[in-house]
Design a protein around this ligand. Sequence first.
Ligand SMILES: C[S@@+](CC[C@H](N)C(=O)[O-])C[C@H]1O[C@@H](n2cnc3c(N)ncnc32)[C@H](O)[C@@H]1O
Length: 200
Amino acid sequence: MGLDVCPEMLRVAKKKARGIANVRWVQRDMRSFELRERFGVILIPGHSFQNLLTPEDQASCLSACVKHLVAGGRLVIHVDHPEVDWLGGLVKEGGGAFSDAERFVHPVTGRRIRTSRAWSYEAHTQTAIQETIWEELDADGGVANRWESGPIRIHCVFRHEMEHLLARAGLVVDGVFGDFLGGELAECSSEMIWLARRQE
Ligand SMILES: C[S@@+](CC[C@H](N)C(=O)[O-])C[C@H]1O[C@@H](n2cnc3c(N)ncnc32)[C@H](O)[C@@H]1O
């Protein structure tokens, strides 16, 4: 079962899962969902947990997850490992400066897309703020379409904050990893993958 609050994201997920028989998709808010099922494993991948901006929202999401786990069931949460130098630089320089980001081909129009992105960081709320400009280029490299997205606010979760949150939800932490191969969380890790368990 896949859960997301956003209908567009669910549409993309459904398309990607076409041909897989036993997947179900539900539109719910991860802070307050109630389903009849109980699960052996719940995963919160793709830094999605960082969309929760306050301790109250984080705690209600974890308590909804705990309610939906069987005894001994696992919760896996994948978040960023905050890069303090980069965040510090954003604070020092004020942030908000746009620079080149990814380029790709538009899946519908077949035109090239050029993006530029600006970040800033609000240290007192641990919030990174992202704004993106999207430009669709015509055959001559001229800008045919231009649109902007954001500001998107993303909470930077720090290691011990996560430990406290998981403990507050009554979960046991089995481990934290710095990559998807079971590597230790280290100074240079870009990811934090938390493995927690509902008590028996
Ligand atoms: C970075 S995307 C990750 C998408 C996908 N889970 C993946 O791993 O590829 C973050 C996702 O979190 C979803 N999201 C944000 N707030 C949410 C909420 N309160 N409840 C459920 N989903 C939420 C967004 O709609 C978005 O699809």
